[in-house]
Design a protein around this ligand. Structure first.
Ligand code: GTP
Ligand code: ZN
Length: 351
């Protein structure tokens, strides 16, 4: 359990539940109504009672610690409670509801995986970094496939400017470059985020020292398409810690990442302190320190544009959440109004 991150703080918080006969477990895989867990007494499959009034984000997900009622002769094991998450990687879902979807819970290191074999898209890196910072874990940018890039130094420098405060590592699973540095940079529960095909599973296998995760090159031979990682899974690493393999993030939507954006664009946040207006939007305002920094070349226009774009995206996601909350709050009022109208109408008809 210590390998999986169970510590004295968690044990102390669990004391009451333990005295109720519950045991802790960590979710390795979660499906609807069912979880695979690791516990003190080995792997366990447990039922998760489904309830329509529980928000998705409160359902157990990979990486969660839960309180478990152990199996008896008559009943199978049941997840009773999801323990409070220390960190969580949350994205907005494309579904009708605007609840966030928890991709990974209790992560310590969030590796943002970027392929050097493709043209670098800084805006995309900044978007995933906002999500990574917001999670509460420590972001690390891992550049993969350095064997496929002519000037890795230049590429790494370009990325570093978009990844303030995060370590940027250059790696290749092909040549082994950067693998020791990677081992050192990743600690605790590690999650690899990045679009499909950037080399997450290949990296994971290098870290695990075995070919446990299905990679594109393996799957290419069986012709099952390029979206190779089918589910989220938690695997212990040989040097301590655990790895959480996630399906490729094709459309990663931002979900309430205000703080994550502040950290991703830390230099803009700092400059904004000197804007004349406290609510300066850094677009046309007089006395704007951010615009002045662009003017003087201290800040790139690209960086500010990216910041504005991600802010808008985040605000749009928030407005969807607000709209849903308003709709839920107003429903009783609307029902009452409808009832009154119905009563009035029937009153008129009868009168
Ligand atoms: N040249 C080179 N190819 C690599 C490297 N790492 C991974 N690849 C190849 O890139 C392809 C995709 O790698 P995967 O590890 O499957 O990528 P993934 O990010 O896990 O993809 P999903 O599971 O779809 O999310 C495979 O064909 C790998 O063999 C590398 O360092 N150098
Ligand atoms: Zn400003």
């Amino acid at each position: 359990m210590a390998d999986y991150g169970w510590d004295t703080e968690r044990e102390e918080a669990f004391a009451v539940l333990r005295s109720d006969g519950l045991v802790p477990g960590r979710v390795v895989r979660a499906e609807r109504g069912l979880c695979e867990l690791v516990t003190e007494s080995g792997p366990v499959r447990a039922a998760v009672p489904l309830s329509s009034d529980i928000e998705d984000r409160l359902m157990p997900c990979t990486g969660d610690w839960v309180a478990l009622r152990p199996a008896t002769a008559a009943d199978s094991a049941v997840v009773v409670e999801v323990l409070q998450r220390r960190t969580a990687v949350v994205r907005s879902t494309a579904s009708r509801t605007s609840h966030g979807q928890v991709l990974a819970a209790n992560v310590d290191t969030v590796a943002v995986v970027v392929s050097l074999a493709d043209p670098i898209r800084l805006g995309r890196i900044e978007r995933i970094l906002a999500l990574a910072w917001e999670s509460g874990g420590t972001p690390v940018v891992v550049l993969t496939k350095s064997d496929r890039c002519a000037d890795t130094g230049q590429a790494a420098a370009e990325v570093a400017e978009s990844a303030l405060g995060a370590q940027v590592l250059v790696t290749s699973a092909e040549t082994g470059e950067g693998m020791d540095a990677l081992d050192a940079a990743l600690s605790g529960t590690v999650v690899l985020l990045g679009p499909s095909g950037v080399g997450k599973s290949t990296l994971g296998n290098r870290l695990l020292g075995e070919n446990r995760l299905a990679t594109g090159s393996v799957r290419a031979s069986d012709g099952k398409g390029r979206h190779t990682t089918a589910w989220r899974e938690l695997v212990p690493l040989p040097h301590g810690g655990v790895l959480l393999d996630t399906p490729g993030l094709r459309g990663v939507g931002l979900h309430e990442v205000d703080e994550g954006l502040d950290q991703t664009f830390a230099e803009i946040t700092a400059l904004a302190q000197d804007c004349r207006f406290a609510d300066c939007a850094h677009t046309v305002e007089p006395g704007c320190a951010v615009l002045a920094a662009v003017e003087s070349g201290e800040l790139t226009g690209r960086r500010l544009d990216s910041y504005h774009r991600l802010l808008r995206e985040n605000a749009y996601a928030a407005s969807r959440t607000d709209a849903r909350l308003r709709a839920e709050q107003e429903r009783p009022k609307k029902d009452i109004a409808r009832m009154r109208r119905a009563i009035n109408r029937s009153g008129k008809r009868n009168g």
